[in-house]
Design a protein around this ligand. Structure first.
Ligand SMILES: [Mg+2]
Length: 349
């Protein structure tokens, strides 16, 4: 499907490990005052002065988290950074540095890794973060990429999953379900391509959901928006595994119950039409799909007037007492228990 048009293949063994890191990271700039020492010594040195450091790591494995049959390496590099920045923003913090480590088999030429690092570079530029370190090693099979993101937050401004209180409102950013459906479209096209390599898929009608899967954006803008609106969430989490699972994390860690109204869940028209085509329930996709990298948070009722007119934010439910449990209130007003099924459940259905 996505052909390697780059014919040049420079073997990784020509560079050696240190030569490879140096080559891949040579064009990364240092911009932050907090970065005292970046690449080039045994460790990086960061000084956040009066702020608190926030750190998060993710590991992405070929064949488990991504499929290079339809995931261009440039997008993979970009997405690997987004996944981590999203966790930093979910703490109400601002991301400032990343480290990137890769394990790679020699089936990848240097040019392929340059593509990967192009995506990383683009993410760094757009999100104002610096690459300050990492490691490369060889792998017997496939590609592994691990990103650690580092951010900062003023003491007292950090937001945990554990702060939700009964009567708080549950708010989500953007819209949900697109990334999962984009993956379904890409998987289907991959199967078509296996049977007919000459096929030229027309994916225009799926452009939004495919972009949601291949090139998600972490919600850095929301952290600034909350500052501008003078709203501090009582709890927050990013949506990597689906709305249901994340809402249940907040409920569990805050020792409260949560109610989500089905009719309030924000869905893009392309999500609705693709759900009809695939004959899957759009609510299920939003609840269990995952990888949307939107933010889910709770606010005190009194903050509602500050957020209600904002097109980026949708109130989808509220927090209740723990003993009331966790529920989805359907369009016909039935209360059903909220369950975290994850996308495996969706695939089996
Ligand atoms: Mg997270």
């Amino acid at each position: 499907m996505i052909e390697d048009k780059n014919q040049k293949r420079t073997s990784l063994s020509e560079l050696g490990e240190f030569g490879l890191i140096k080559h891949l990271t040579k064009e990364f700039d240092f911009i932050h005052e907090s970065t005292v020492k970046g690449n080039g010594d045994d460790a990086a040195v960061i000084d956040f002065k009066d702020k608190q450091a926030v750190v998060s790591t993710d590991l992405l494995v070929e064949g488990v988290h991504f499929d290079l049959a339809y995931m261009p390496l440039k997008h993979l590099g970009y997405k690997a950074v987004m996944v981590n920045l999203s966790d930093i923003y979910a703490m109400n913090a601002v991301a400032s540095q990343i480290t990137v480590s890769i394990a790679v088999s020699n089936r990848f030429p240097l040019e392929a890794l340059e593509e990967l690092y192009d995506g990383i570079k683009q993410a760094c530029k757009i999100y104002n973060v610096e690459l300050i370190g990492g490691d490369t090693t060889s792998s017997n099979k496939g590609l592994l990429i691990s990103v650690t993101a580092i951010g900062q937050v003023q003491e007292g401004d950090e937001v945990y999953r554990s702060g939700a209180k009964p009567n708080d409102l549950l708010v989500v950013t953007g819209d949900l379900g697109g990334a999962y459906l984009g993956l379904q479209v890409l998987e289907r096209e991959k199967e078509v391509f296996k049977v007919n390599p000459q096929s030229q898929p027309d994916l225009d009608m799926y452009s939004y959901i495919i972009e949601r899967q291949l090139k998600p954006e972490a919600r850095k803008d929301i952290i600034q928006l909350l500052v501008d609106l003078e709203v501090k969430p009582t709890s927050m989490i990013d949506i990597s595994d689906g709305l249901a699972s994340e809402a249940l994390h907040i409920a569990d860690q805050s020792a409260v119950g949560v109610n989500i109204f089905e009719e309030k869940i924000p869905l893009d028209p392309q999500v609705i039409s693709t759900c009809e085509e695939f004959k899957i329930d759009s609510t299920m996709v939003a609840l269990s799909g995952g990888e949307d990298y939107e933010l889910l948070f709770t606010i005190a009722q009194e903050d509602y007037p500050k957020i209600k007119a904002n097109p980026n934010l949708t109130v989808i439910g509220h927090i209740a007492d723990k003993q009331e449990g966790n529920h989805l209130i359907t369009r016909n007003n039935t209360k059903i228990p909220l369950k975290a099924q994850g996308w495996n459940a969706l695939l089996d259905s």
